[in-house]
Design a protein around this ligand. Structure first.
Ligand SMILES: [Zn+2]
Length: 293
């Protein structure tokens, strides 16, 4: 499960899955996540607004070339900058987010995004270096950033009939961000996960909390899906998603039984799978250990 800051994903590409869903691949250098578009017979819904107006516009431009209409609606998966800073390019689009996301976005609006302001916040520990660097790269000398508040705030669930395709939005939380929302396209059996399966990257040490993770996975596994989209990686088939879930559940269980003892967790995991652990698995173990208290 490639996460923030890992891997070298370079150029945007556009792809279609099924009849109703388009997406643009991520770029890791400036931390641009995947953007999605769900095309119904009546309405078009964009998933996430992108990390800048440029990012959002690039997606819409590419889709126009493919005769995909501009979005009527846009949903934000969570409050992190790379998913919301593009919203100001979508002023004709009704924006939707969980009430919690709305509250978090509101906190970002008074902030300055100059190098000095970013550096100060990194120093005080209210911003992380990884995001500060990506913001500097994405915006270069133009820090004229306008953060818009979403128009619609919902609690728990919201179902949208786009015509021929239904999109169910559900707040699932998790360690990465407690406001995380997933978008489930019922007829397409596609689950857009956003960043919800990733660790908490805003803490001093990246971490997963056992109970948050189990509650999250229980909710995700209740969806009947064949394709899963992780915002900083790619669409994956059900078998791959299931393998990620099993890995997270296994590490969570070992972290619990060995009370966060890294050496014991690694030994037991190795024993259980009968091979050396991958870099991904070792990282996830580290993150559960960091989150154990
Ligand atoms: Zn995020």
């Amino acid at each position: 499960m490639r996460s923030h800051a890992k891997g070298e994903i370079g150029l945007h590409a556009i792809d279609q899955i099924g009849n109703r869903f388009w997406y643009m691949t991520p770029v890791s250098d400036t931390d641009r996540p995947i953007l999605g578009m769900v095309v119904g017979d009546k309405k078009t819904l964009m998933i996430d607004a992108g990390n800048s107006e440029k990012h959002a516009r690039r997606f819409l431009d590419e889709l126009r070339k493919r005769n995909v209409p501009d979005p009527d609606l846009v949903v934000l998966t969570h409050w992190h900058w790379d998913h919301i800073f593009g919203l100001s390019a979508l002023t004709d689009t009704v924006s939707i987010a969980s009430k919690e996301t709305k509250k978090e976005v509101e906190k970002l609006r008074p902030l300055s995004w100059s190098d000095e302001a970013l550096d100060t916040r990194v120093e005080e520990g209210t911003e992380i270096e990884f995001c500060a660097n990506a913001i500097k790269k994405e915006f270069a000398d133009d820090r004229n950033i306008t953060i818009l508040l979403p128009d619609v705030g919902f609690e728990n669930r919201l179902e949208i009939d786009l015509g021929g395709v239904t999109c169910l939005l559900q707040q699932v939380g998790g360690s990465h961000a407690s406001d995380s929302v997933v978008a489930y396209l019922k007829e397409e059996k596609l689950l857009f996960l956003g960043d919800c399966m990733y660790a908490d990257i805003y803490a001093d040490q990246r971490n997963y909390k056992i109970h948050e993770t189990i509650r999250l996975l229980d909710q995700l596994e209740a969806f009947d899906a064949e394709t899963y989209i992780l915002s900083h990686w790619k669409p994956i088939p059900k078998e791959e998603f299931d393998a990620e879930v099993t890995m997270l559940r296994t590490v969570a269980a070992f972290t619990d039984s060995f009370k966060g003892n890294k050496r014991k967790i690694i030994a037991e995991y190795k024993n259980a799978v009968g091979r050396d652990l991958s870099e991904d698995e070792l990282q996830v173990i580290d993150e559960f250990v960091n989150g154990y208290s």
